[in-house]
Design a binder for this molecule. Structure first.
Ligand code: AGP
Length: 612
């Protein structure tokens, strides 16, 4: 998720675009750049780092122009670097382009262009698309708008593009599919951006460009067309949001936005990797080590916090599907022990930030002893991504809320893909089950969206129990790590003490805690252990504990025992964790907000623990 800003009008363009980029830095912040036209030439200024770093390098530079486009990057293809920063220049140097999105079929297009003799300055899909557009313009002798239209019919993926062309210095051309684009309408000026936050201080009249539309924007004219070159009527709306609300997409907090973004972020994580119809799983980031992984005698998963919970889920899934022994280690413990690592052991290091100090040191320790490191990371080009031998990104986009939500389900999606791919390669999953599980995994985004419709019901449950002083979270098998994760979410957001436990462990001591004041959250969706967890619920009921349960739709046995329940769509138990965590995220969020806490920045916590 990147930030895009454009301006064309009578004012100086640079200050407007720069300020707009600063408003969008929450969308991505590993590099930034601006392109403008002065002295009849396209000029591009870009660098790795924050917008303020770019601004510093431009002090004293002649940036006079009434047209400019700017970009703040969240890397997906190509690590953060000056070369990979946007805007990119076309081979002729006459056209500059910025892009938010992912071009999935850029590699075959790049191969065609390389065969034609083109070369590339960056590793990005964006530069390939721009070169493709200019090549079409040259071969077809057509204008930039027509060349763009032809190119967009060929590419697969998501995009929001802004282009400026020194041969048409009065026009910004834009296009969108899957990534947002808003155009603000001023007096003899237009503002373009990924959301309205850079626009709202200048105008409240905006047009939300629709998928497959191309916008031709002059200071005093806005033309919208579809890919069939037919004019579309711009639908102008009057904004009534304030700046803070816009940055959060209209949600009260980034945490709620990120919880509700999960159908899209899980889809983004699976996109281009899982073809449920054919059962084809593409994980190019581990392909080089697939043989070693298949032959591995052991997998050790190293992580902290919520990422460690993702590792626990992976332990159950990898042992079931791949029949490889798995150990899950707290990085903070592993790094100080004298662990026994065998040559060829596979380490999976899981980290949203890719900068957690304990995990980094643990990786280095394992690497010294000959282990192969696979990183499962959200931040492209982060330290853990760079020191791993291979890996896969979770593509969840920047996670602003300190409590990890969409990054966690992104981790689970990647780990589920890995387990399926490795199990299929090892033939430890029969083909029928493999095909079924691929289809199950592809349905997760829709099932998460279905669960989110229960937000109001979950809020009511949160209000009912918000004053409890302690909670217990109980689950079995694949759902045991989700009990731990639900408890952690509640602790870090509401400051209420909560413990996660294997449900069967209650009789070994914790059941002494149970009385009429103690809410117990059971993750009790239909699975192999269902009858046993029903017994655990009855043991709690007999002791007057208050039961909140996560159950499968239609489970009357569990709903009758529960004081409150949240019904989930059926999901194969192996992948149930990725949907069962959703109501627990919402429960923690609403208990935190109902108790008046700043859930995006909980006390004592940091988003990335880069110290011991
Ligand atoms: C999760 O809600 C917490 N904020 C925390 O436990 C986090 O998961 C942990 O610090 C690990 O961070 P990482 O995934 O960036 O390595």
């Amino acid at each position: 998720m990147c930030g895009i800003v454009g301006y064309i009008g009578n004012r100086e363009a640079y200050p407007i675009v720069l300020k707009g980029l600063k408003r969008l830095e929450y969308r991505g912040y590993d590099s930034a750049g601006i392109a403008l036209i002065n002295d009849q030439k396209v000029k591009v200024y870009k660098k790795q780092g924050k917008v303020a770093d770019l601004e510093e390098t431009l002090l004293g530079v002649n940036l006079h122009s009434h047209i400019a486009i700017g970009h703040t990057r969240w890397a997906t293809h190509g690590e953060p670097s000056d070369a990979n920063a946007h805007p990119h220049l076309s081979p002729s140097g006459k056209i500059a382009m910025i892009h938010n999105g992912i071009i999935e079929n850029y590699l075959p297009i790049k191969k065609e262009l390389l065969a034609k003799g083109y070369s590339f300055q960056s590793e990005t899909d964006t530069e390939v698309l721009l070169c493709f557009i200019e090549d079409i313009q040259t071969c077809n002798q057509c204008n930039l708008e027509e060349a763009l239209r032809i190119a967009l019919r060929r590419i697969v993926g998501a995009y929001c593009l802004l282009l400026i062309d020194e041969e048409n210095p009065e026009t910004i051309i834009a296009a969108r599919k899957g990534s947002p684009l808003v155009i603000g309408i001023g007096k003899n000026e237009h503002f373009l951006a990924s959301d309205a936050s850079p626009i709202i201080e200048y105008t409240k009249e905006v047009v939300y460009v629709k998928d497959y539309e191309i916008a031709i924007v002059k200071k005093d004219e806005l033309v919208l067309k579809n890919l069939g070159n037919e004019n579309q009527t711009p639908f102008i709306i009057q904004l009534d949001l304030d700046l803070a609300a816009i940055e959060k997409g209209g949600y009260d907090h980034f945490m709620l936005k990120e919880i509700c973004d999960q159908p899209q972020t899980i889809h983004d994580c699976l996109r281009g990797r899982l073809d449920a119809d054919t059962g084809q799983i593409t994980l190019s980031g581990i392909q080089e080590y697939l043989e070693e992984i298949i032959r591995a005698n052991r997998i050790i998963i190293i992580a902290c916090g919520t990422s460690w919970h993702a590792g626990l889920v992976a332990e159950y899934i990898f042992e079931e599907l791949c029949r490889i022994p798995v150990e899950v280690e707290y990085a903070s413990e592993f790094r100080y022990r004298n662990p026994i690592i065998h040559l060829g052991d596979i380490i999976i290091a899981i980290s949203q930030s890719g900068e957690t100090a304990d995990t980094i040191v643990a990786i280095e320790k394992a690497k010294e002893q000959g282990a192969i490191i696979l990183g499962v990371v959200n931040v492209v080009g982060s330290t853990i991504a760079r020191i791993s031998h291979a890996g896969a990104y979770t593509h969840a986009g920047p996670e602003i809320g300190v409590a990890s939500t969409k990054a966690f389900t992104g981790q689970l999606a990647v780990l589920m893909l890995m387990a399926l791919k490795i199990g299929n390669a090892k033939k430890t999953i029969d083909q029928e089950k493999y095909q079924l599980l691929c289809k199950e995994l592809s349905k997760v985004p829709d099932k998460v969206a279905e669960i989110l419709l229960q937000e109001k019901r979950i809020k009511e449950i949160a209000i009912k129990y918000k004053s409890a002083r302690d909670f217990l979270y109980l689950g079995r098998g694949y759902n045991f790590p989700i009990a731990l994760e639900g408890a952690l979410k509640l602790k870090e957001i509401s400051y209420i003490h909560a413990e996660g436990y294997p449900a069967a462990e209650m009789k070994h001591g914790p059941i002494a805690l149970v009385d009429e004041h103690l809410p117990i959250v059971f993750i009790a969706t239909n699975d192999t252990f269902h009858s046993k967890i029903i017994s655990n619920m009855q043991e709690i009921k007999a002791r007057k504990g208050k039961i909140i349960s996560i159950i499968t739709d239609g489970d009357e046995t569990a709903s009758e025992i529960s004081d409150d329940f949240i019904a989930m769509p059926w999901m194969n138990e192996i992948f149930a964790p990725i949907i069962n965590v959703i109501p627990l995220q919402l429960l923690a969020y609403f208990i935190g907000t109902e108790n008046g806490h700043d859930v995006d920045k909980p006390r004592n916590l940091a988003k990335s623990v880069t110290v011991e």
